[in-house]
Design a protein around this ligand. Structure first.
Ligand SMILES: [Zn+2]
Length: 133
């Protein structure tokens, strides 16, 4: 006697929010026949069912923002689609004298020209080649 019993592991007062409200964490209740039986609410766990398997559905808003992928909408061709355009763009890209910024501009021009004319004409090709020199 005089020795304190070791603290039981289990529901304690500071976790009252998770303690079964029916049995108070005792896991057992006395039924109407005066018998002690397993708590029908927590089924002997001593914890609230709400706490054990509760999912906060209120956090899942039905009208959450739909993220619009602007990059996918505004995606543009990075390279000419026609054979002539591709050849010309390759010439531009492999040009040793042409600065990188000019290359980008010329390739963009080729793509734009293709877009409006359907193909790269000889005149346009010559015009671009001139700028490489
Ligand atoms: Zn209970």
């Amino acid at each position: 006697m005089g020795e304190e019993a070791p603290r039981r592991q289990g529901p304690s007062a500071d976790r009252s929010d998770e303690t079964c409200r029916i049995c108070g964490g005792d896991r057992r209740i006395g039924n109407s026949f005066g018998l002690t039986t397993t708590c029908p609410s927590c089924h002997g766990t001593g914890r609230r069912l709400e706490a054990a398997g509760f999912h906060d559905v209120t956090k899942t808003k039905a009208s959450h923002h739909r993220q619009t992928n602007k990059a996918a909408v505004a995606v543009k061709a990075q390279w000419p689609v026609t054979f002539e355009g591709g050849q010309l763009a390759t010439e531009v890209k492999s040009s040793a004298k042409c600065p990188g910024a000019t290359k980008e501009r010329l390739i963009r021009e080729i793509i734009d020209y293709e877009d409006s004319h359907g193909q790269c004409t000889q005149t346009f090709t010559k015009k671009v080649r001139k700028q490489l020199r």
